[in-house]
Design a protein around this ligand. Structure first.
Ligand code: ASP
Length: 590
């Protein structure tokens, strides 16, 4: 299929659900104001009341069925009401329509599947149209607010959901953003976390809930299923106002009895009703006997408008490191593909990969040619924090960036979205990949770069790095770690074993250098990877001076123009230090 065909997703027209269940409960009110009722005898009124009560309990296919049945039941007792029934239904409907409700986007999945052969429950499941699922879940009408729906014309098993469908979902949401309190996406479980992740990056500064759910058991013919409960919980969370719940302004997954941040979720169970969890993030709430939301784990409703990033570059791949990989040609062949733009590298443990120089250089070559490599851990729980430990320094030196505790699924989607939307600005892609943009990772990295090589010897005056605009971190308490990194650093101390490197801070253009601290370093250290061209960085932990490294701004998160610099001096016999460039790396929490 051509790319163009793939891009076209047909969607069914928006089905405005008139909420017959609500209308039938409200139709009595306008009718009782009509003369055809007020002038009835008390006995007849009692009879009409009984009929109207019974109507409230019945089930109707649509509004005209409601009007028809009501008219025929009232025919004998209150014939004068007949001409007013349609009007009363319309009044009741408009009272409902004034209330904002939820828009359901039905994409398919097990939740809306049923056996292919209706007479053979064991025949393969196929995904059925939205109407079948809606009719099988009459409770939807009892929620008390409008639930409109838009469905994919050909609902999909989620194995077949891809970026073109994400774009469709995003365009439906943006087109109807103002009209609804929230959105529910009904989706298969297989690729659900990818959709949740992609949408979280495509809908930045989201101010309303986008709730994704599906089920393990099909909801159309099975009397025992998890579909109906999941849908109802999703519909409740998507209309917080009507349900007295806090707004979760995020793309979330609701499944079983837990509420999860979408871009932190992983599918953990193929059959269990608790199909998902977020190994690196707490549950955002529980949906048990009551639904409760953990305020401290949800994002704040943004003050800015929704920002839509709807371009997508799919020239990316996930590569998982395994023993022996470094000795085959396969990676080299993959990285040589000139359409490839980004790699999510699933590494061991805390971000480690084999350190054979030729293997590392494959990545370096790819990155030097404009590729992006993001290091994430293949272990479900825990994180990669590159640069905090020396072993991962060799990866940074080759341009690999760290993804902290982001899931590989979210990293892949984020890369697609950023490469799609910032195709002309790779440094911005690299920068944003290392920042939490939708709560997808615990840490963000803010970098202040000091370009240019430098060298200093014992006995010489301190050498200053060029002044640079300080990265925009405004609150010291958000700083988890601050590291000053010298690239391709060479330190020697002649005959002595140790030398001292003093680091000074220069806070503004006019300020004199102020000594922060001194670091003792061995003059001859064994390089982890012997590679003369790349060399190794030397990193100094300056976290304890974090109060000095925050940008001073009075107006919130604006970009700072404040410039800082560091100066370096060395002490000891025959001690010298040189570098090719330096960076201040500040790791912050949200
Ligand atoms: N294959 C199905 C899908 O992802 C599985 C499910 O929904 O649970 O659409």
């Amino acid at each position: 299929m051509s790319e163009r065909n793939l891009d076209k997703v047909e969607i069914g027209r928006l089905e405005i659900d008139e909420q017959v269940a609500i209308i039938q409960r409200r139709i009595a009110e306008p009718l009782k104001k009509e003369r055809g009722y007020t002038e009835l005898s008390p006995e007849k009124k009692a009879k009409v009341d009984k009929i109207l009560d019974s109507i409230a309990e019945m089930r109707f296919k649509d509004r005209s069925a409601l009007v028809e049945v009501t008219a025929s039941l009232l025919q004998n007792v209150a014939p004068d009401l007949s001409p007013y029934i349609e009007m009363a239904a319309r009044r009741a409907a408009s009272a409902v329509e004034r209330k904002k409700g939820v828009l359901v986007i039905y994409t398919g999945g097990t939740i809306g599947s049923a056996p292919k052969d209706p007479n053979d429950p064991d025949s393969p499941q196929i995904v059925k149209p939205w109407a079948d699922l809606k009719n099988a879940a009459p409770q939807l009408g009892a929620l008390g607010y409008p639930i409109d729906a838009v469905a994919f014309t050909n609902p999909l098993d989620s194995c077949n959901v891809g970026p073109q469908h994400w774009k469709t979902m995003v365009s439906i949401i943006t087109e109807h953003y103002a009209e609804y309190e929230g959105f529910v996406i009904l989706h298969g479980t297989d690729s659900m976390v990818y959709t949740a992740s992609a949408l979280s990056f495509m809908l930045l500064d989201l101010g309303k809930p986008v709730v994704i759910t599906g089920s393990q058991v099909a909801g159309i013919v099975n009397p025992r299923n998890d579909a109906h409960q999941n849908i109802i919980t999703a519909l409740i969370l998507a209309n917080p106002k009507a349900n007295n719940l806090p707004v979760i302004p995020e793309v979330i997954i609701v499944f079983g009895n837990i509420i999860l941040r979408g871009n932190r979720s992983k599918k953990m169970n193929v059959i269990g009703y608790q199909g998902f969890n977020t190994p690196n993030y707490p549950n955002m709430g529980v949906a048990g006997e009551v639904i409760s939301v953990e305020h401290k784990h949800i994002r704040k409703v943004p003050e800015t408008d929704l920002q839509v990033l709807d371009a997508m570059d799919t020239n990316v791949i996930v590569v998982e490191v395994f023993p022996g990989m470094q000795h085959s040609k396969i990676l080299e062949n993959i990285l040589r593909d000139d359409t490839l733009k980004g790699v999510v590298l699933k590494s061991y443990g805390a971000g480690n990969i084999p350190t054979d120089p030729p293997f590392l250089n494959l990545f370096k070559k790819f990155i030097d040619g404009g590729g992006i490599v993001v290091n994430v851990t293949s272990v479900p729980e825990g994180e990669v924090v590159m640069g905090l430990y020396e072993t991962s320094q060799v990866l940074i030196d080759r341009g690999i960036i760290g993804g902290f505790d982001i899931t590989p699924e979210a990293a892949l989607c984020k890369l697609m979205v950023l490469l799609g939307n910032y195709s002309e600005d790779l440094p911005e892609v690299r920068r944003l990949m290392q920042q939490s943009i939708a709560g997808e990772q615990r840490l963000s990295l803010e970098t202040t770069t000091f370009t240019g090589a430098g060298a200093v010897k014992a006995g010489e005056a301190a050498v200053s790095l060029p002044k640079s605009p300080l990265s925009s971190v405004f609150e010291a308490e958000r700083i988890q770690k601050a590291m000053l990194r010298f690239k391709n650093a060479k330190f020697s101390s002649g005959a002595e074993t140790y030398g001292t490197i003093n680091i000074y801070l220069i806070e503004s253009d006019s300020a004199a250098p102020e000594l922060l601290t001194g670091f003792r370093r061995a003059g001859v250290t064994q390089a982890l990877v012997q590679d003369a061209e790349v060399g190794e960085s030397m990193t100094f932990d300056v976290t304890r001076f974090k109060d000095r490294l925050v940008a001073k701004a009075t107006t919130g998160r604006v970009k700072t123009t404040q410039r800082i610099s560091f100066a370096v001096e060395v002490k000891g016999t025959e001690v010298s230090f040189s570098w090719d460039g330096a960076e201040l790396n500040i790791y912050t929490t949200d």
